[in-house]
Design a protein around this ligand. Structure first.
Ligand code: UFG
Length: 341
């Protein structure tokens, strides 16, 4: 059974990926320092899979500590999630973001070279496309722009660091997955997103408002040039996203030569903020308390994926719907209530 090192494996996307790796016969090894994740999630992984993945509580920026993991285990590939991800916070504390996200990545890459590990899957973001000029459906070849937040920029710089490392080490097999907007939770209700503090993202704020953690949701902006005046995103179920990582590892297993490539991981369909609210109200069978507010600075108006390349090369496509994701997110929010979270 191949060992896959999953940095940030106790986090939101990481934990769902660990489950799908186990389901597909891989042996995930988690590295996570739990600064933005919770041991509750490890218990959830175990309940779903009946397996307790080997877990190291390590900061990936600490190279000496990380080296121990590679010395103790033969690693086939790395899926690198561990990073800061709050857009607003990154504007306030850019150095915190650049340090953690870039030192983390370079430490991982150094270990790959040191321990002769070929395969890397990196969690990137559609933020590298900025605001699409003209057509809102982006392909991997769409123009990349400097993202408006240090968080986003750390993803673009990370892609460049990976590319340069590949150019100097052509035997490496490196893939950047550009996620669109991951939402939802595992349908079992055992794992999901556990945002520390007030969430920045739309769906966690919706479910938290509905359960009474916030008084109301503010919809940022009502006069965008879209059908209903609110921003449009490509919301993708986190389980579909997790499966994309497994497909990528399987693709790398069949590649003889080194490579560096990027793939869009989205559904290909855009949904507006108001549509998300309407869907939530229907699925949860309750009214949501919300109001229009000012635009949020840095928001892209409209973007969604062209995910043909992922289908053709990785044999991956989204199977679940936005409705499935909202249902699972709501189920997870209700589960959290039982844990007093
Ligand atoms: N929104 C609201 N109210 C809220 C929260 C969000 O109206 O309380 C709106 C936003 O203005 C936006 C949409 O909901 O129009 C989606 O916002 P999110 O914060 O959920 O997602 P973003 O598209 O802003 O950000 C996501 C990821 C980032 C990534 C970015 C790339 O969180 O990691 O996509 O576009 F960089």
């Amino acid at each position: 059974m191949k060992n896959i090192l999953v940095t940030g494996g106790a986090g939101y996307i990481g934990s769902h990926t660990v489950v799908e790796l186990i389901n597909s016969g891989f042996n995930p090894i988690i590295v996570d320092d739990f600064r933005n994740s919770d041991p509750l999630i490890l218990a959830g992984i175990e309940k779903i899979t009946n397996k307790e993945p080997l877990t190291y509580k390590i900061d990936i920026c600490n190279k000496e500590a990380l080296e121990i993991v590679f010395k103790e285990n033969q690693i086939y590939g790395i899926i690198h999630f561990a990073a800061y991800k709050a857009v607003g916070e990154s504007v306030e504390f850019p150095l915190k973001y650049y340090f953690n996200n870039l030192v983390g990545l370079t430490t991982i890459l150094e270990c790959m070279l040191e321990f002769s590990i070929e395969n890397l899957v990196f969690s990137s973001s559609c933020t590298v496309y900025g605001e699409p000029a003209g057509v809102k459906e982006v392909t991997e070849n769409s123009r990349k722009v400097k993202p408006s937040s240090p968080y986003g920029n750390s993803k673009l710089i990370s892609e460049n660091i990976i590319e340069d490392t590949f150019t100097a080490n052509k035997h490496l097999k490196t893939i950047c997955l550009r996620y669109f907007n991951p939402i939802g939770a595992h349908p079992s209700g055992q794992i999901g997103e556990l945002p520390h503090g007030k969430p920045n993202n739309l769906l966690p704020f919706v479910t938290q408002t509905a359960i009474g953690k916030h008084e109301k949701l503010t919809v940022f902006g009502r006069d965008y040039p879209t059908d209903d005046g609110t921003c449009i995103r490509d919301y993708i179920h986190v389980v579909d996203l997790a499966k994309a990582h497994v497909k990528t590892i399987k693709f790398l297993e069949n590649e003889a030569e080194g490579l560096n490539d990027a793939f869009n991981i989205g559904t290909g369909k855009g949904t507006s903020v108001l549509e998300i609210i309407k869907k939530f109200e229907k699925i949860s069978n309750q009214k949501l308390n919300w109001e229009f507010g000012k635009r949020r600075s840095g928001d892209v108006i409209e973007i969604y994926a062209n995910a043909k390349k992922s289908f053709e090369i990785l044999n991956w496509k989204a199977e679940l719907t936005v409705d499935d994701a909202i249902k699972d997110a709501w189920n997870w929010e209700n589960t959290l209530k039982k844990f007093n979270r």
